[in-house]
Design a protein around this ligand. Structure first.
Ligand code: PHE
Length: 340
């Protein structure tokens, strides 16, 4: 009987060596220690033995069972360790290595320049006003001295909605909204997007940015306008910038001007951006037309004002030497990534 047990044990141990995973261990366990296994059979046959033999063989069988269980447990522990070692080897990484650089977002160049100009004007005591992109005819045209059928409406090709609302064609609409809200004297700017039906080219986009300015107080003259513009341009370009005023027509200003600055790209020597004239048209402006002030409920005997409309995109293009306005809102990361 003990020979039988010894050979069972030897067989078990050699089979145990061959087990390489827990599934194999389980089936080995079932084979040797299961209900139909050889040990169970042995224990069942104890009843046919003499009492002394029964004790001896029973003991030996139980010892064998214990040995097998111990063998299984230690093999399982060894297999677990191998698996863990392998996992650690494959999942190892060096915590002291530098992290991969993450790409940071950044402000769009138009936002950057806009915020800079907002800061300049805030320091001069201007407040920042806002208005909706989807605007009423009244604010965009009517109250700005551009009645229906006025030929000046053709100057700005307008996107219309079916209900008669429009996409604002200029930030001058903010002038009217500001007058409704504020009592003179006041100084405001109104930056934002404007929209025109345009065939796009390097200097034209259907959606672009303006920054409106308006000052209303007693005794405001063209001298105030020129001084403010010069201060602004000096702050933006960090040096004295030559300006010139040419007459310009806008129904909401009288007199109206086109303000040109000496080309900052070629130092007024002449380049493709200034079309070799040395001058860049930057900012239409003028003295606010009395009809506009009246629409805003302002006493024109007492108050006068000036207004200007800065083309933000053009300014950005000059600042960063961008030759095509369409890059600005292309959404192309190769472009915007250069301004991080
Ligand atoms: N709103 C005008 C335009 O978009 C610009 C302007 C603003 C002119 C203020 C005069 C005064 O063309």
């Amino acid at each position: 009987m003990s020979d039988r047990l010894n050979s069972l044990l030897a067989d078990f141990h050699s089979r145990l060596e061959l087990c390489v995973d827990s599934q194999a261990l389980e089936s080995l366990k079932a084979e040797f220690l299961g209900k139909k296994g050889p040990l169970t059979e042995l224990l069942k046959s104890l009843k046919d033995l003499s009492p002394e033999e029964r004790t001896r063989v029973g003991q030996a069988t139980n010892d064998a069972k214990t040995a097998m269980e111990a063998g299984l447990a230690s093999r399982r522990a060894a297999l677990d360790k191998i698996a863990l070692d392998e996992k650690l080897k494959s999942e190892w990484f060096d915590v002291t290595l530098d992290a991969a650089p993450s790409r940071l977002g950044a402000l769009h160049p138009v936002s950057r320049v806009q915020y800079e100009i907002e800061d300049i004007f805030s320091s001069l005591g201007f407040s920042i006003q806002d208005g909706p992109h989807c605007e009423l005819d009244y604010y965009n045209f009517e109250a700005l001295n551009i009645p229906k059928d006025h030929p000046a409406r053709d100057m700005q090709d307008t996107f219309y909605f079916e209900n008669g609302a429009i996409l604002r064609t200029h930030t001058s609409a903010v002038q009217v909204r500001a007058m409704e809200k504020l009592k003179p004297p006041f100084k405001i700017i109104g930056p934002g997007k404007v929209f025109r039906v345009e065939r796009t080219d390097p200097s034209h986009e259907a959606a672009f940015h303006q920054l409106e300015g308006m000052v209303v107080a007693e005794g405001i003259t063209v001298a105030h306008l020129i001084h403010t513009m010069k201060t602004l341009l000096k702050e933006i370009f960090k040096r004295d910038v030559k300006i010139r005023l040419r007459p310009g027509f806008f129904p909401f200003v009288e007199p109206g001007f086109e303000l040109d600055i000496s080309c900052q790209i070629c130092d007024a020597k002449g380049c493709s951006v200034c079309k070799h004239s040395g001058w860049i048209e930057l900012m239409p402006c003028g003295m606010v037309h009395p009809n506009v002030l009246k629409h805003g409920g302002i006493d024109t005997d007492k108050f006068s004002g000036f207004a200007f409309g800065l083309g933000l995109d053009r300014l950005v293009m000059m600042r960063f030497k961008i030759e095509d306005i369409r890059h600005l809102h292309s959404g192309d990361l190769r472009f915007s990534g250069q301004f991080v």
